[in-house]
Write a protein that binds this ligand. Structure first.
Ligand code: UD1
Ligand code: UDP
Length: 362
């Protein structure tokens, strides 16, 4: 059984769902979505043609961590008891993953953690994700680590080396199928002839003043560079929308648009000049596409992209973001250094590896 609930988990779990379903001699595959996200989850399910067997439909507007944790725990119990799966696979660090894993632990059902071992070692950054991923790793039986760095993190915590497999990240499996030379979109037509800046932001620890500072810095730099246009496919969280509209409305070279489906978003990334984000998944996708990313966070659990030179951590202070964004947009040598394609997160065959490990288990 695979359990997921938000957009990024779905993007990284649907390739695995389809791989396991293709091996129907080895597996009976059951998909349970929690519905922690609704529209943004449905977009991904539709793209990958995945129809869930169970949908817990827990999302509420402006939900708190209490709402999500309790909603998943209470609703998933009956599903697990009914299916009694040989393994439940959860992904990464969301509250869906944490609560689903906790439910499995309570019911003595073994857990496989896809994207195990990422760490900042600061449980408040990102919040609550660093706690969630550590907690899932405390109770997992199978650790599917995307890179050797994440494998080392698990080994340093004393996890059994026999239970860790370095597979690559399933997000790259998804990326392999989406970027197309002939992709077109009216927003990309609008941006043609300008340097396209792609923006996303949604982290809980950045709500309030940090998010306002980010948006102010971005607007200041763009006002100084008339050959730039920005597209910001905005997260559906009302708190994010309020901050973005209050700082960015009225600036004509920046378009705030609804979330893009993953196929479109990957093609927007491929067409962009650079990316400003606090997202996790985008930090993994951008290096393969050779797109520089300024990461508007104080920490990252994805040091591989920083080491590869594609990512730079710029925090959430207005003046630092202003300075780093200005430098990247003005200095061609700095830009050239950050725009080399590299593949620190795998070759796009992670799902096959995970399925093979599970098939070989008793
Ligand atoms: C969640 C995850 C975060 C992940 C992010 C990806 C947790 C605690 N957070 O954060 O790790 O990086 O997803 O995007 O697990 N909303 C909608 N429709 C949607 C999705 C969201 O309206 O399809 C709105 C709702 O008002 C909802 C709010 O956004 O209450 C927040 O959603 P939630 O899943 O709690 O938090 P995210 O910031 O999306
Ligand atoms: N993404 C998308 N549409 C968008 C913005 C992002 O499909 O409008 C994809 C992006 O390619 C990446 C994932 O969503 O795979 C990142 O999700 P998000 O930033 O919501 O969460 P995080 O990765 O930070 O957990």
């Amino acid at each position: 059984m695979l359990v997921f609930g938000t957009r990024p988990e779905a993007i990284k779990m649907c390739p695995l769902v389809n791989e396991l379903k293709a091996r129907s001699d080895d597996f009976k595959t059951v998909v349970c979505v929690t519905g922690q996200h609704r529209e943004m989850l449905n977009q991904v399910l539709h793209t990958f043609d995945v129809i869930p067997d169970y949908d817990l439909a827990i999302m509420k507007p402006r939900q708190t961590l209490f709402d999500v944790t309790c909603g998943v725990l209470l609703h998933i119990k009956a599903v697990i008891e009914r299916e009694m799966p040989d393994a439940v696979l959860v992904h990464g660090d969301t509250t869906t993953s944490f609560a689903a894993a906790l439910a499995c632990f309570y019911l003595h059902v073994p857990i496989g953690h896809v994207e195990a071992g990422l760490r900042t070692h600061d449980i408040y950054s990102p919040w609550p994700e660093e706690f969630n991923r550590q907690a899932v790793d405390a109770i997992s039986r199978w650790y599917f680590a995307p890179t050797s760095v994440s494998c080392e993190n698990l080994l340093a915590e004393g996890k059994d080396p026999e239970r860790i497999w370095v597979t690559g990240n399933t997000g790259i499996d998804a990326l392999r199928t989406t970027v197309r030379g002939d992709f077109s979109h009216s927003q990309l037509d609008w941006a043609r002839g300008s340097r396209l800046i792609l923006i996303t932001a949604h982290r809980r620890e950045n709500f309030g003043e940090p998010m306002h500072r980010m948006f102010r810095a971005i607007r200041r730099v763009m006002e100084e560079h008339e050959d730039t246009k920005a597209i910001y496919p905005i997260h559906m969280n009302p708190q994010v929308r309020e901050a973005a509209h209050s700082e960015l409305d009225g600036f004509e070279r920046l378009h705030i648009i609804d979330p893009l489906d993953v196929l479109a978003f990957h093609n927007f990334m491929a067409a962009s000049y650079l990316i400003l984000t606090d997202s996790g998944g985008i930090q993994e996708e951008a290096p393969s596409l050779g797109k520089p990313v300024l990461v508007m966070r104080d920490t990252t659990e994805r040091p591989e992209g920083v080491a590869a030179g594609t990512l730079k951590l710029v925090g959430t202070e207005e003046e630092v973001i202003y300075r780093e964004f200005s430098r990247l947009i003005s200095d061609e040598r700095v830009y050239a250094k950050m725009s080399h394609a590299s593949n620190p997160y795998g070759d796009g065959h992670a799902s096959e590896r995970i399925a093979s490990v599970l098939a070989s288990e008793d």
